[in-house]
Design a protein around this ligand. Structure first.
Ligand code: FAD
Length: 441
């Protein structure tokens, strides 16, 4: 027989429901500060990045009586949408770094360790500090893991050396990438290679943005013709998943003399020789030399998630990403587990703008779950990415599941580049992002 405090105990479930129900005035979960939903649930959130902090703030504001624990070892918080600006020489590194502790809401316990393993049948998470946490409700918000080691000879430590750049590995890497591009420019000639990973990646626009801003910098030298710029994609004539933006980019690159090498995946780098090995879809390999290379690592959920029961068990995302219902954000096999942000294995674009749309959906569904009600909120796959097309101009790509365009502003064309979108990217998105961390938008 289940003990009264065991996670599966009917009594515990009844207690949770009673606690939840006490604050409810209607069947719709109430999130106002004046009518917080009552619960005694132990909520554990794994990952203290954009998504983990946003949902911690929202649940902290919406619930009364819950024990909320946030798990994540990283002490500094990175405003990752600013990394392309750092790597393009436009922002200093300190503009994208804040402290995680400054975003953790009062009354939320923050454990500065990572999740090491999950035991969903017992509703337990083990941590890298050897602690084990029991939960009634678990939120997975661990973001992406950068798998540089899947490229032979490559590691994050090489970023900034031998002309190797990669915007993804954090502020230092972004600054080192900028230095490597400066090195190419100072050389007065040479070949820049830009790559794309064969997996889903966070901010799918970032590799394109890095190409465009580097082109701007090379054009500004007045000797653009002395540089070769080539883009290698694992996909057939595709560098972005939404056709209208893909066509736009490919046409623009043709006009800017960017060589497109498709169906080629980066498999190895020889840093000392400054060569990169690509495998063609046919299986053949070819070596390419570079003076600068922008490496986009294959990405997956962090090992603790992808090697656990929580990952998809079959299909294209098996063993790679968190198994989640793409609309409710609830785990498909463990109803008391939810996912948010880059880690979820659904066909959406992995951006902070997606997190902003997911957070209220997840909050509503968690409140419903705690109240024993059906989950009614739906995430539509919304993704937004100000696709920088040159320094000073950008296109606001907004789309949902299936690539459906979802423009938000009547005065901004979803397919035309403008200075206004650049200003939005450069000046307005960061305050909106920080408001999201506070649970305010
Ligand atoms: C170069 C670049 C440019 C981008 N540009 C844009 C843009 O223009 N617009 C936009 O909207 N988005 C952009 N993004 C994407 C955006 O930053 C992410 O989509 C967003 O940060 C996702 O939030 P997250 O919480 O899922 O992941 P993250 O913010 O990465 O946070 C995940 C957290 O989980 C932690 N973690 C990892 N493993 C564990 C573990 N085992 N246990 C506990 N914690 C763990 C990590 O340390 C991290 O703190 C960009 C990203 C990059 C890298």
């Amino acid at each position: 027989m289940a003990k009264s405090n065991s996670p599966h105990s009917p009594m515990r479930r009844r207690l949770l429901k009673m606690g939840a129900g006490a604050g409810l005035l209607s069947s719709v979960p109430v999130t106002s500060a004046f009518a917080r939903q009552q619960t005694r649930a132990r909520i554990v959130i794994i990952g203290a990045g954009a998504a983990g902090l946003a949902i911690a703030s929202r649940l902290h504001n919406a619930l009364s009586g819950a024990t909320i624990t946030l798990v994540g070892a990283r002490q500094s918080h990175w405003y990752q949408p600013g990394l392309t600006l750092v790597a393009s020489g436009l922002w200093s590194m300190d503009r994208v770094v804040t402290q995680t502790r400054d975003w953790v809401p009062a009354d939320v316990r923050w454990i500065e360790a990572d999740a090491a393993g999950f035991n969903p049948d017992n509703r337990q998470v083990s941590l890298t500090n050897n602690e084990t946490l029991d939960y009634d409700l678990l939120v997975i918000a661990t973001g992406c893991q950068l798998n540089y080691d899947e490229i032979d000879g490559m590691s994050a430590a090489l970023i900034g050396q031998q002309g190797i750049g990669s915007v993804y590995a954090g502020p230092e890497a972004a600054r080192a990438t900028d230095n490597a591009i400066e090195g190419l420019i100072a050389q007065g000639e040479g070949r820049a290679i830009f790559t794309l990973a064969p997996t889903p990646i966070k901010c799918a626009g970032a590799p394109l943005k890095m190409t465009f801003t580097t082109l701007s910098r090379l054009e500004d030298t007045g000797i653009r013709e002395r540089f070769d710029v080539d883009f290698f994609t694992p996909f057939r004539q595709r560098v972005f998943s939404v056709p209208v933006y893909n066509d736009f980019v490919l046409e623009r690159w043709q006009a800017q003399q960017v060589g497109l090498y498709d169906e080629r995946r980066l498999v190895a780098i020889d840093a000392a020789a400054k060569t990169a090995l690509f495998r063609h879809a046919s299986g053949a390999t070819e070596q390419q030399s570079f003076d600068f290379i922008h490496v986009v690592p294959p990405m997956s959920a962090p090992d603790a998630v992808r090697h656990s029961e929580l990952a998809w068990q079959d299909g294209a995302m098996a063993g790679e990403w968190l198994e989640t219902d793409q609309y409710t954000l609830q785990h498909r096999r463990y109803p008391e587990i939810f996912g948010i942000g880059d880690v979820i294995g659904t066909p959406f674009g992995k951006t902070a703008a997606s997190v902003k749309k997911q957070a209220p959906v997840l909050e509503e569904n968690i409140l419903s779950f705690l109240a024993g009600q059906p989950l009614q909120a739906r995430y539509n796959g919304y993704t937004s990415c100000p696709l920088i097309t040159s320094i000073g101009r950008a296109v606001l790509a907004e789309f949902g599941y299936g690539g459906e365009l979802m423009p938000s502003f009547p005065f901004i064309s979803p397919t035309e580049e403008s200075w206004a979108v650049w200003v939005m990217k450069e000046k307005m998105l960061q305050p909106a992002y920080y408001a999201m961390l506070n649970g305010r938008v």
